[in-house]
Design a protein around this ligand. Structure first.
Ligand code: MG
Length: 306
């Protein structure tokens, strides 16, 4: 068994989780949420994105938020990623003092066209521009590749295309690729097949997994990736972030579900469940929402009985 003894969670709640929430969270509450996540032991947090304000109003305070986060002594040891879609976004990231960026594309042309109005090749040209400047500025970048396990428009997607994109991104100096199950259709055997396919050309520590729990498969898929030796996983506190392709369904796997999976098997992820639950409860209350995470729900009901 290749199962790692220690894993890392990349917390995406403040960006991926909040971005589609209509209820706009104030700047100070975002800072508090991110500090609570960091205090829970999450040392890599995706804090915001630099997209057009009219497109995603929740992220319109990206520059201001990031500047505030940089002033927080308790966040000095925390890597704070910002999503950058293009060279305009990169200019904003530079203005905000960002050192760690995330960029994105997908293995489906149709998905990319609908999501960012670019084909795969066009999106890679945008990324070329971003990375040229980012590398010159000494920034570090991770990349999301969406629709790796299936596309809402095209169905099955190509592993050959995935390899082509991953190779392109690696050659640009990207440090890590996060493989996204954008619509939550992956199954554990497919996860193993995809990872096995990539292992022919890449070192597996180049990849993180980004599972969605739309059909309740994310924990099983995480275990499959663990068994292949992967040790880096994206998740969202409380499971924040719905699935735009299945209204009412859950999106990102909940950080609590991953923490429960890891800790129950003796795998160290460095996260304190009590503090994590406090962070999730804080933001859920602001959003006037309840969590779909079974682990968080069970944890909160147990603690309220004691
Ligand atoms: Mg996601």
């Amino acid at each position: 068994m290749l199962m790692p003894k220690k894993v890392s969670i990349i917390e995406v709640g403040p960006r991926d989780g909040l971005q589609n929430e209509k209820n706009i969270i104030g700047l100070d509450d975002k800072v508090t949420y991110i500090k609570l996540l960091s205090e829970a032991g999450l040392r890599e947090i995706e804090a915001t994105s630099f997209v057009r304000a009219e497109k995603i109003p929740q992220m319109s305070d990206g520059i201001e938020l990031y500047k505030k986060l940089l002033l927080e002594p308790s966040l000095k040891q925390t890597t704070l990623y910002s999503l950058v879609p293009n060279d305009v976004g990169l200019e904003n990231a530079l203005e905000a003092g960002v050192k760690d960026i995330a960029i994105f594309t997908a293995t489906s042309n149709t998905f990319n066209k609908k999501n960012i109005n670019a084909t795969i090749d066009e999106s890679l040209k945008r990324i070329d521009l971003v990375m040229k400047k980012a590398n010159a500025e000494g920034m570090k970048a991770r990349a999301y590749i969406s629709t790796v396990f299936g596309c809402p428009y095209e169905g099955e997607t190509s592993l050959v295309e995935l390899k082509k994109i991953a190779t392109h991104l690696k050659n640009l100096g990207i440090k890590e690729i996060s493989l996204g199950d954008t619509i939550g259709v992956a199954n554990p055997l497919q996860v193993k097949e995809v990872i096995n396919y990539l292992s022919n050309d890449f070192s597996l520590d180049f990849f993180a997994m980004h599972f969605h729990d739309t059909k309740g498969m994310a924990v099983a898929n995480t275990l499959a990736a663990l068994q292949m030796g992967l040790s880096r996983f994206d998740s969202s506190s409380g499971g924040l972030g719905g699935c735009p392709y299945a209204i009412g369904a859950s999106g990102n796997v909940a950080t609590e579900d991953l923490v429960t999976l890891f800790s129950s098997m003796g795998i160290d992820c460095g996260v304190d469940m009590k503090k994590l639950a406090a962070a999730s409860s804080f933001i859920l209350k602001k959003l006037n929402k309840t969590s779909q995470s079974k682990s968080l729900t069970a944890y909160l009901s147990q603690t309220s009985q004691n």
